[in-house]
Design a protein around this ligand. Sequence first.
Ligand SMILES: NC(=O)c1ccc[n+]([C@@H]2O[C@H](COP(=O)([O-])OP(=O)(O)OC[C@H]3O[C@@H](n4cnc5c(N)ncnc54)[C@H](O)[C@@H]3O)[C@@H](O)[C@H]2O)c1
Length: 252
Amino acid sequence: MFDLSGHVALVTGAGRGAGAGIAAALAAQGASVAVNDLVADRATAVAEQLVASGARAIAVPFDVTDAGAVAASVARISEQLGPIDILVNNAGVPDGMALVPFRDMTPEDWRRFVDLNLYGSLNCIREVLDPMVDSGWGRIVQISSGAGRTGIAFGVSLYGASKSGIEGFVRHLSQELARSGVTVNTLALGMLFNAVPDDAPEGSVAALGRSVPVGRLGQPEDVAAAVVYLVSDEASWMTGQTLNLNGGSTTD
Ligand SMILES: NC(=O)c1ccc[n+]([C@@H]2O[C@H](COP(=O)([O-])OP(=O)(O)OC[C@H]3O[C@@H](n4cnc5c(N)ncnc54)[C@H](O)[C@@H]3O)[C@@H](O)[C@H]2O)c1
């Protein structure tokens, strides 16, 4: 089950964190993987690790919010690895994101979230979609957050709004594509291992983990396993869904 041999995946924001775990899991299942990140060194390091493990992988540093760079990079991936038939829109945390209440934000602050989580994902989807539809097979996974589904007083209102927006888009897209062989789903993640800032007081990770019903924060492997299922042949009847992956933090 879940054999991805012969498929070509693009994972955005895969230079670290959940995206690096997703890239590794897709490669382990046999996919060729294009490892994207805004930070070239991160993408290169992950791609080199995958190649060292025997996978077919390349680093493709680009900014997903730059439509021209996305188009050029997708063309390069197609030349080097073949047409992309798996897209994981994982990049979603703007560089240096801070927790800021709405009243303290400016319209420029809003734009960074909308640019990354809406336009960034749309740019990538747009470039890969026609070949997927033409071939009759494709998988798109959008990584979202519980903050897109529930109000929280953490200072993440625009982050949450941009995640809600792309989740809504994905639902519509799934219906437009339902007969094409292309599925589109969203994973709404709860707090991962890196949710606690490096300078947080000692014990913060454990304390936050205890607040999760299963008793720990999420790991890249938790996210990666769900992505492997969603992009598999076996998941062809799964489309248009937003799945919570959060250690039981919400149960709706
Ligand atoms: N970490 C959490 O607790 C958590 C919780 C819920 C949802 N999520 C979601 O999971 C996904 C991954 O989160 P993470 O914590 O692993 O992220 P992260 O910040 O650790 O890594 C994401 C990578 O994305 C890259 N990136 C940022 N902007 C980019 C751009 N414009 N173009 C290309 N790459 C870009 C960064 O350079 C970084 O290496 C995100 O969509 C995030 O919103 C994370």
